[in-house]
Design a protein around this ligand. Structure first.
Ligand code: DAH
Length: 342
């Protein structure tokens, strides 16, 4: 039996040296050391030996077993180490590579212009005041001197709602009355920025949503000259390099007198281009002295107080400033447009 054990051990060790992975190693273990393995088979012959030969044979078998187990453990250690090393090699990362920069967002172009507008007026002492986008018919029209069924309503294509007397505001002007009612009898210097809605067929020139910035000053000695000065100061900062401007008489129900302000087309310098429709001039806002009826609706006595107001479209200002020829770009969420600014 000792001979048998010896040759089995030699064979087992030779095989073990050939084992290259943990699966093969486990097969080797069951083959030689398992319950039905080679060692167990040999030991089954122990019973046939004469009793006096059994202890020596048994001891020899135990020693073989111990040596094979030790060899097995050593091989397993080496294979596991190699497997770990291979995994490390495969999953290696170069921590010295530069990272991927996170995609940074930016302010929407309209927001940029709104903030620029607010900053310019803040320097002239105007606070920014926001009022609701869902407005009453009363404030959006009637308090602004536009009675029901008055033809002036046609100036605004309106989104009416299921609620009688509730509309999406068509302009920021109703904020004038809200602010006056809140502040009376204090003087007012404010801009009212925000979104407005129009029931329009969308095209390069018309959107159903846009931003406006309203302006309102109410006090005891406010004159048209104050209004003109404020508007020119604004335009000079918003349109750097603007050389000429003009005030053109106009009509709005809530101002009297009313006018519109044009500036020399900043894109062609007044020579004429597509943006100014070859006139050299572009309209940037409407304005006027607050109508006595509106002052009264705000709680101010028109005999003691006067005021000026103006209103501009933020997208229009932005289009003129950057030469953008289609208002639909602003709300179509196209990053290729938005990423060009800011
Ligand atoms: N609310 C007018 C509009 O949406 C713009 C406007 C014109 C506002 C003249 C004013 C103003 O405050 O005085 O068309």
């Amino acid at each position: 039996m000792q001979e048998q054990l010896k040759s089995m051990e030699a064979e087992a060790l030779a095989r073990l040296a050939e084992v290259q992975d943990l699966t093969a190693l486990e097969e080797w273990r069951t083959g030689y050391l398992g319950r039905k393995g080679r060692l167990a088979q040999i030991l089954r012959g122990l019973g046939q030996l004469p009793p006096e030969a059994r202890p020596a044979a048994g001891q020899a078998a135990n020693e073989v077993k111990r040596r094979l187990e030790a060899a097995f453990e050593a091989r397993r250690g080496a294979l596991e180490e190699a497997a770990t090393a291979a995994a490390f090699r495969a999953e290696q990362v170069d921590v010295t590579l530069p990272g991927r920069p996170p995609a940074l967002g930016r302010l929407h172009l309209s927001t940029q212009t709104l903030r620029e507008t607010s900053a310019i007026f803040a320097h002239m002492g105007f606070e920014a005041y926001e009022t609701p986008e869902v407005e009453t018919d009363e404030l959006n029209f009637q308090a602004l001197n536009i009675p029901p069924h008055h033809p002036a309503r046609d100036m605004w294509s309106t989104f009416y709602t299921d609620r009688e007397g509730v509309v999406l505001r068509t302009h920021t002007s109703p904020g004038q009355v809200r602010l006056m009612r809140e502040r009376y009898p204090a003087e007012i210097r404010a801009i009212l920025p925000g979104k407005v809605y129009r029931y329009e067929q969308v095209s390069a020139r018309y959107e159903f949503q846009l931003h406006q910035v309203e302006g309102l000053a109410v006090g005891r000695n406010i004159h048209m000259s104050d209004l003109k000065g404020v508007l020119v100061a604004f335009a000079q900062q918003m349109f750097q390099g603007m050389r000429r401007w003009r005030f053109r008489g106009s009509y709005f129900p809530f101002t009297e007198p009313s006018f519109e302000m044009d500036i020399e087309c900043v894109l062609c310098g007044g020579g004429g281009c597509r943006v100014c429709k070859y006139s050299g001039w572009v309209e940037i806002l409407g304005a006027g002295m607050v109508h006595p009826v509106v002052l009264q609706n705000g709680g101010y006595d028109p005999a003691a107080y006067s005021g000026f107001a103006f209103g501009m479209g933020t997208e229009r200002i932005t289009m003129l400033k950057y030469g953008i020829d289609d208002i639909r770009y602003f709300f179509s969420n196209n990053p290729r447009f938005l990423e060009q600014f800011g």
